[in-house]
Ligand binder design. Structure first.
Ligand code: 5GP
Ligand code: ZN
Length: 112
């Protein structure tokens, strides 16, 4: 499958791995927008949040629980942001579901 994140999960493309278990993997974003910018992905190829259903609730919760653990590990004590971009209007550029963990500086709202 021609998917960058599946290739990272398979070890075919190098990435700075931050966490891994049976279901998910986290690695550093290659183009970080904040001092801490991690991507948490399911190992199974899922295109986007729009391609999930209630059956994926456990996995979706797990992705966020790992984001919370990584935030604690990186000592983001004053806060952080988690983001899932979905589809063209959501600004998604890689078609494999991922949660962004952004932290290490104050962020603004609303997003662009
Ligand atoms: P999206 O725009 O789909 O929400 O986020 C995709 C993210 O993946 C971007 O922040 C981009 O920098 C990151 N990215 C794209 N290609 C690679 C890659 O090959 N390795 C890593 N580590 N991150 C990537
Ligand atoms: Zn994939």
């Amino acid at each position: 499958m021609d998917c960058i994140f599946c290739k990272i999960v398979a070890g075919e493309i190098p990435a700075k791995k931050l966490y891994e278990d049976e279901q998910v993997m986290a690695f550093a974003d290659v183009n970080p927008q904040t001092p801490v910018h991690a991507l948490i992905v399911p190992k199974r190829h899922i295109v986007s949040l729009a391609h999930t259903s209630r059956e994926d609730a456990g996995l979706l919760g797990h992705l966020h629980a790992v984001a919370s653990e990584l935030a604690a590990k990186h000592e983001l004590t004053s806060g952080y942001r988690t983001v899932i971009n979905t589809g063209p209007d959501g600004g998604q550029t890689v078609g494999h579901l991922h949660v962004h963990l952004l932290g290490g500086r104050p962020m603004h709202w609303p997003p662009g």
